[in-house]
Design a protein around this ligand. Structure first.
Ligand code: ADP
Ligand code: AMP
Length: 217
């Protein structure tokens, strides 16, 4: 199964991606996670990406497309993958199509997790992520078993630098201008599916499984 997750920042893409990729045993490819790993390792890519991420801007297409093409060329993607946070521009979507076409592959579904703006600020300012493995929690909606400790690996939970109110507003603007057009892009290709992302995490996952079950048939 080859899946794209679409939706505004804070929609729950990372949260659902973990559940979906466990169920289908496919790699979870999050461009945000790749950039954050490079930032923590202070690589040249991380140093460049940080300049954009801290201000809520997108990392340039040329950089991002190359990274995803390299990742999709790895053996573990042969039988499927889930892209979380990519594509974010029409140019990235076109580049992805041409990469997959040249490998005689195609996306099975672009799944939109639909969450209106009024939910987003609370979700993102309350998000806490594991500083070791990147797992995502929420101070109200998805609390860890032990305060400030990751359930998966015991790592320390921290707030992302780009989850402040000011940066969230900028990221939502960027989403409207640059990413939202992808909904129409995938609708025209007849592979867009939509789930209501305002329900609780387990319910959203159930609905996603229904959609993916139908796609797999
Ligand atoms: P994205 O990857 O789309 O930016 P995340 O998966 O990191 O979003 O979710 C953003 C925040 O909202 C996290 O703190 C997460 O725990 C929380 N969250 C995710 N899904 C839901 C949901 N269905 N209801 C309430 N909170 C949610
Ligand atoms: P995310 O973890 O998906 O919320 O992404 C965090 C940040 O990483 C974004 O605000 C962007 O600055 C950058 N980023 C992630 N994915 C992309 C992408 N596909 N294109 C450009 N920038 C990206």
């Amino acid at each position: 199964m080859k899946i794209i997750l679409l939706g505004p920042p804070g929609a729950g893409k990372g949260t659902q991606a973990k559940l979906i990729t466990e169920k289908y045993s496919i790699p979870h490819i999050s461009t945000g996670d790749i950039f954050r790993k490079n930032i923590s390792e202070k690589t040249p890519l991380g140093i460049e990406a940080k300049r954009y991420m801290d201000n809520g801007q997108l990392v340039p297409d040329e950089v991002t497309i190359g990274i995803v093409n390299d990742r999709l060329s790895m053996n573990d993607c042969e039988n499927g993958f889930l892209l979380d946070g990519f594509p974010r521009t029409v140019k990235q979507a076109e580049a992805l199509d041409s990469f997959l076409n040249s490998n005689e592959q195609k996306i099975d579904t672009a799944l939109l997790i639909d969450v209106p703006k009024e939910f987003i600020l609370e979700r993102m300012t309350g998000r806490r992520v594991c500083s070791a493995c990147g797992a995502s929690y929420h101070i109200k909606f998805n609390t860890p078993k032990v305060e400030n400790k990751c359930d998966v690996c015991g790592g320390l939970l921290v707030q992302r630098k780009d989850d402040t109110e000011e940066t969230v507003k900028e990221r939502l603007d960027v989403y409207d201008r640059q990413t939202q057009p992808l909904i129409q892009y995938y609708k025209e290709k007849n592979i867009l599916a939509k789930v209501d992302g305002t329900e609780e995490i387990g319910m959203v996952f159930e609905k996603i499984c229904d959609v993916l079950g139908a796609v797999a048939k």
